[in-house]
Design a binder for this molecule. Structure first.
Ligand code: KE4
Length: 432
């Protein structure tokens, strides 16, 4: 019996009268899967509860921040204590240095860090800093990678591979993307060609070191090595956008996992423990160019907000003191193996991509190595899978082109229940 969504429908109608699309971020609007989103009443451990009383095993985790699950006692207590001392002062606090120190100690390439309020703000600031430090304007990004709604990064490839970017959203002037080049992820030759043609005018290359935003796509070692080698040779800054992978794939992020040293790193999500925190950091000689120690402007009323610091500190200290990464990898392996077997026995073309506790079940013959291959996926079939799982109490990302996440509150039992439900749903899809 599919769950009732009566109250969520009413809530959605009310929201749509007040907020564009009824949501404060399009990722939540279910546009890619149809139907309407359930409105959430609370989260608890590995579970979400909606306002109609339905319970779901949560594989979204607020799109990545909640690696410790919902309402972790240590995080709740820390934020409650901070709230009693006042929410915000617009003046420096030791909590900001505490979180900054945890980040510097954890992330191999970060010597100094600036705290802001979102991943977008962190990416935007890192791009401005790279341009200010190098006194160059050119930026390289990769199709399928998302770095927040930064004007200069809302761009698609121009007419030919190395011509300049075209805006993907109304409201972004062509001038904003004219210096942005879009290359194919994992395309080693494309990177070499772009640097041969434009290397001495490139301020930065920015990438997701494991992509979550086209569904999960791993980099090849050669791709990462090529990026580091060419950026070094041309004096271009290498920016790892670890908003999703930071503190997720390892305590030191993807750069620790892959033994890479970018010049700047962008962070978000987990670093705020579910409250609004973004961060950008890296080489001290670069970071010293940020105002007021240097000339590159960046500011923010709630940057380093005491409540957000409390949530971030509690989360990172929990991850530092009781690293969950081996356990998350075991659970991830159990899940991806189970999903693969379920899809195989249903006879459906698929490939399961996974790194640690980030995963995607693509309805496509793999491997998915870039945006072009990701776009071959059968999104209508994904939508049927999404709703079949939702109706059985499993809350997946509402798009084929998003990564799903495990938390430390997921157990083997949750995984086995998920695989059992997936087996039934995939068999139904195969029969349809
Ligand atoms: P925020 O501005 O949403 O905090 O961070 C932007 C961002 C930057 N870099 C990466 C790699 C990201 O994944 C994100 C945000 N991710 C999306 C989900 N894929 C957030 C969901 C949403 O926009 O509502």
């Amino acid at each position: 019996m599919p769950p009732s969504h009566v109250r969520s429908r009413e809530a959605f109608q009310r929201a749509c009268r007040l907020i564009p699309g009824g949501v404060n971020s399009p990722a939540r609007a279910f546009g890619a899967v149809g139907g309407q989103p359930p409105f959430i009443e609370r989260g608890e451990g590995a579970y979400l509860h909606d306002i109609d009383g339905n319970q779901y095993v949560d594989y979204v985790g607020s799109w990545g921040p909640l690696i410790l699950g919902h309402a972790h006692p240590r995080v709740v207590r820390a934020v409650e204590d901070a709230m009693r001392r006042g929410a915000s002062f617009g003046a420096p606090t030791e909590a900001e240095s505490h979180l900054a120190e945890l980040i510097v100690d954890a992330v191999p390439s970060i010597e100094m860090v600036r705290l802001v309020s979102s991943g977008t703000e962190a990416s935007m600031s890192a791009i401005r800093l790279a341009r200010g430090f190098t006194r160059r304007d050119g930026i390289v990004k990769f199709a399928g990678c998302y770095h927040g709604h930064v004007d200069s990064l809302l761009v698609q490839a121009g007419s030919s591979a190395t011509t300049l970017g075209v805006p993907t959203s109304p409201g972004v002037p062509v001038g904003c993307t004219a210096d942005t080049m879009v290359l194919r992820y994992n395309d080693v030759q494309g990177v070499a060609d772009a640097f041969a043609a434009h290397g001495d005018r490139l301020a930065a290359v920015i990438l997701e070191p494991v992509v979550g935003n086209m569904g999960l796509v791993r980099p090849t070692d050669e791709f990462l090595e090529t990026l580091r080698r060419h950026t070094e040779k041309y004096g271009t800054l290498l920016i790892y956008d670890e908003v999703m992978t930071g503190f997720r794939l390892a305590y030191g992020g993807a750069q620790q996992l892959f033994h890479q040293m970018p010049d700047l790193t962008v962070l978000g999500k987990i670093v705020g423990g579910g409250l609004p925190v973004g961060a950008y950091g890296g080489r001290a000689d670069v970071m010293k160019h940020v105002m007021p120690s240097g000339p590159v402007f960046q500011a923010g009323t709630l940057s380093g907000n005491p409540l957000a610091m409390a949530a971030g500190i509690a989360t990172l200290e929990e991850l530092r003191d009781r690293p969950p990464y081996a356990r998350l990898d075991e659970l991830g392996e159990r899940l991806s193996t189970g999903l693969g077997e379920a899809a195989r026995s249903a006879g459906l073309p698929h490939c399961v991509a996974r790194v640690g506790s980030m995963w995607t079940l693509f309805f496509a013959n793999g491997p998915v190595v870039d945006y072009d291959s990701a776009k071959q996926a059968d999104t209508a079939r994904f939508a049927r899978f999404f709703w079949g799982m939702m109706d059985r109490g499993f809350y997946l990302p509402c798009s084929q082109f998003e990564a799903a996440f495990l938390s430390t509150r997921h157990t083997e039992k949750h995984i086995d229940q998920t695989v059992e439900a997936a087996r039934a749903v995939l068999a139904e899809i195969a029969r349809a």
